[in-house]
Design a protein around this ligand. Structure first.
Ligand SMILES: [Zn+2]
Ligand SMILES: [Zn+2]
Length: 288
């Protein structure tokens, strides 16, 4: 089998793999996890999707071996996690963001790909036209508290809004493994982007602190896997900084600028509303 230069994967723990898109060098490059179970596997997020992630995972026997079913779970709507969903038949997403995916709403997806960060594209592919494609086959709508049963592994869905409305985490209670998407990772947490909400983000991280005793490892949407102690530190830092007035002011300014930028850039019916909502958004950021 020839090596595929566009992807790589590694085994992290028994039945847990991480795959990345090697052709994408941005800090936005998302981790794609494969959680293997006895009866079913789960793929967490699907990356940018310029190259075919499904084909790679199948060729490497990471999913679909002997017809074993699998579900692809989007931790949230953003383009770096959802661009590759269109390759799959069985996709699951939180109820708050399902409609955006069905419509291919690239304002909600915050689609932003710089050509300098993509080293290879398929022949004839024009990166300027990159969009998250509509996902027409959403097999499962997720709600807080849902369980995804893999046979010998059970994943609990935790709704964790703040970074986006429909952000979720998947929690394997048995092993204490938390697949956190962009809710928490070892880097600056994005609460200044359109549709983010600082109050909800802070609440989410306070909830995370309360369940810290159950967590062993965090498998974030970006960067490296880390342990509970680091999770507690990142969450605490955010909770403290989000209470500062200056911090709220900068978040408000940045979110307004980004709302206008992404609204103007996106080609969907939602774009007009973002200009008008800019003022409301600013006031909300300051007051919340
Ligand atoms: Zn995100
Ligand atoms: Zn991300």
């Amino acid at each position: 089998m020839t090596e595929d230069p566009n992807f790589s994967h590694e085994l992290l723990f028994s039945g847990i793999y991480r795959c990345v898109e090697e052709y994408y060098s941005s800090g936005n490059r998302a981790n794609i996890y494969i959680i293997q179970g006895r009866e079913m596997d789960v793929v967490v997020d699907a990356g940018l999707g310029i190259w075919n992630i499904r084909k790679y995972l199948e060729q490497k026997c990471l999913i679909g071996v002997n017809g074993k079913p699998y579900l692809v779970v989007a931790t949230h709507i953003h383009f770096d996690h959802t661009g590759g969903l269109h390759y799959f038949d069985d996709v699951a997403v939180h109820e708050a963001e399902a409609e955006y995916l069905r419509k291919g709403d690239n304002y909600a997806c915050l689609t932003f790909v710089q050509s300098g960060n993509v080293s290879r594209t398929p022949e004839g592919y024009d990166l300027r036209n990159f969009r998250v494609k509509k996902v027409q086959t959403i097999a499962r709508i997720l709600h807080h508290g849902d369980a995804i049963d893999l046979g010998d592994v059970m994943l609990r869905v935790i709704h964790a809004p703040g970074h986006s409305e429909g952000s979720i985490m998947l929690f394997d209670d048995n092993r204490g493994y938390l697949f956190s998407g962009d809710v928490i990772y070892a880097g600056a947490l994005f609460d200044f982007i359109p549709k983010a909400n600082v109050t909800k983000y802070r609440q989410t991280l306070e909830n995370l602190q309360k369940m810290a005793d159950e967590v062993t490892y965090v498998f974030p949407g970006h960067f490296e896997v880390f342990k509970k102690a680091k999770m507690q530190q990142i969450a605490q830092d955010y909770i403290e900084s989000s209470n500062r007035m200056m911090q709220r002011f900068s978040v408000a300014c940045l979110r307004c600028i980004l709302s206008v930028y992404f609204g103007g850039k996106s080609r969907n019916p939602f774009r007009k509303t973002c200009y008008y909502s800019c003022c409301c958004c600013f006031m909300r950021c300051i007051c919340e």
